[in-house]
Design a protein. Structure first.
Length: 448
């Protein structure tokens, strides 16, 4: 329940018209808004929610926010109208207002890879104890809406924070005010908005800067960028590592090939043996990160074991699919950057295959001025593995194709699908990976 006074205090808005002073919830969608709710019209590159204020008020008979430069659109409308400078800022202000009134212990996760799987594993383990942002709704709008949708008082709030521009993590941290923070890795990603690797590091470190003074920072000491930054912060630090000394550690006891791993997770004298169906070193890090956070939250080993052993990765995140014709398709089409691309390829190379290993690789987006270099470096890496059948797709991947000097280049997905249907046979392993914008899942759908 929201009172008019709270809406005004949170946003600094000006009431243009008041017909009602208590409201049931916040909505940004005029199509699904319900009786008594507050409508916040958001503006994007291709839409402006202000066009739907009339419709929203007719449905809700409640309240609507309006930007100062759009106030002419609310003249003569019935309902409570609040004018603000920026409606997106009003949404985040309301989220901050609500967050400040929750006693939930907040976990925030950012980084250049592994954010969503780590968050999903933590959420899966905590179950009803936590609220969280679904999927990858990790920008200002997504995180704000997630906080505003919380019902009751969850013990934990688990939030993934994303960025593709300078200052975004700082904004998100100021809303979330985390008790426990994790930066997974620092890789080349979103360089169009962040400039260079130093820009990526500084942007991600804003999460640690925005963590409460009495909070806890989970530090991946295997990442050279992060380990060299440890002395910058006054908060308590808990270290984690796959390879060296750290407070939280993970050791592979047995590699089960396509069936996953048997692992030992440890903290001091405490050790936990678990089995996971997840594949690849990148997922070992995700498990280690989740273990570090869950243990720091006071979750017992039994619950952690049950959570890890029953967890499956979300669609398009290194999912192993069996085709009707007997070959394996590894669907890793959710996204791609240079590090995650190499991790995926190395994982496929480490797993047994009775037949051919085929890579279908799409562009790695948002790499800025370094895009050509990163794609050529990928081509050079693949040049060393002549036993691989490599198919390149996209304008940027043409550079990788040229650098390797071998393989196939396609401009259309239909051509790739047709070629695979002729080439692939029982026992083959096919990796499909590329950035979200390439919609590589369409290839997966065509070949499974």
């Amino acid at each position: 329940m929201w009172k008019l006074e709270e809406l005004l205090d949170a946003t600094g808005g000006t009431p243009l018209k008041v017909e009602r002073e208590e409201f049931s919830d916040i909505s940004t969608d005029s199509r699904t808004i319900r009786e008594g709710e507050v409508f916040i019209p958001l503006k994007g590159a291709r839409f402006d929610g202000h066009s739907f204020i009339r419709e929203a008020l007719e449905r809700s008979r409640g309240c609507a926010f309006c930007s100062e430069d759009r106030r002419h659109l609310v003249e003569g409308l019935s309902g409570t109208i609040i004018v603000v400078k920026d409606t997106t800022k009003a949404l985040s202000d309301l989220a901050l207002y609500k967050r400040s009134r929750l006693s939930s212990r907040t976990v925030a996760i950012t980084g250049s890879g592994g954010k969503t799987t780590t968050k999903d594993l933590i959420v899966h383990t905590l179950g009803a104890l936590c609220a969280f942002n679904e999927k990858s709704y990790n920008n200002i709008i997504g995180v704000s809406k997630s906080i505003l949708s919380i019902k009751g008082e969850p013990e934990f709030l688990v939030l993934e924070l994303g960025t593709n521009r300078k200052g975004e993590i700082k904004e998100l941290s100021s809303i979330v005010r985390p008790h426990i923070s994790l930066i997974t890795h620092i890789y080349p990603s979103h360089l169009e908005g962040l400039g260079d690797m130093e820009g990526v590091l500084e942007e991600k470190l804003d999460l640690f800067r925005g963590t409460r003074e009495d909070g806890l920072l989970i530090l991946n000491v295997d990442d050279p960028y992060l380990s060299s930054s440890a002395q910058m912060f006054r908060q308590k630090i808990a270290t984690c590592s796959l390879t060296g000394k750290a407070q939280f550690r993970l050791k592979v006891l047995r590699d089960l090939s396509w069936d996953g791993f048997i692992l030992e997770l440890s903290c001091g004298e405490r050790a936990l043996r678990v089995r996971t169906s997840l594949l690849g070193t990148f997922n070992l890090y995700n498990i280690l990160f989740a273990y570090s956070i869950l243990s720091s939250c006071g979750i017992g080993d039994g619950r952690i074991r049950e959570g890890i052993e029953s967890f499956s990765a979300a669609p398009s995140r290194f999912n192993v699919l069996r085709s009707r014709r007997g070959y394996i398709v590894v669907d890793d089409t959710y996204n791609a950057n240079p590090a995650s691309m190499r991790y995926a390829i190395e994982t496929v190379l480490s797993l047994p295959a009775c037949g051919k290993r085929i890579l279908i690789l799409g562009d790695m987006k948002e790499l800025g001025e370094g895009s050509s270099l990163y794609h050529r470096e990928l081509g050079a890496f693949l040049k060393e593995r002549r036993d691989l059948h490599v198919i390149f797709f996209g304008s940027e991947m043409r550079r990788a194709f040229e650098e390797r000097g071998e393989g196939l280049f396609f401009e259309e997905k239909d051509g790739i699908i047709e070629h695979i249907r002729k080439l692939a046979a029982e026992g083959d392993v096919i990796l499909v990976k590329g950035s979200r914008a390439q919609r590589m899942e369409e290839i997966v759908e065509g070949i499974v």
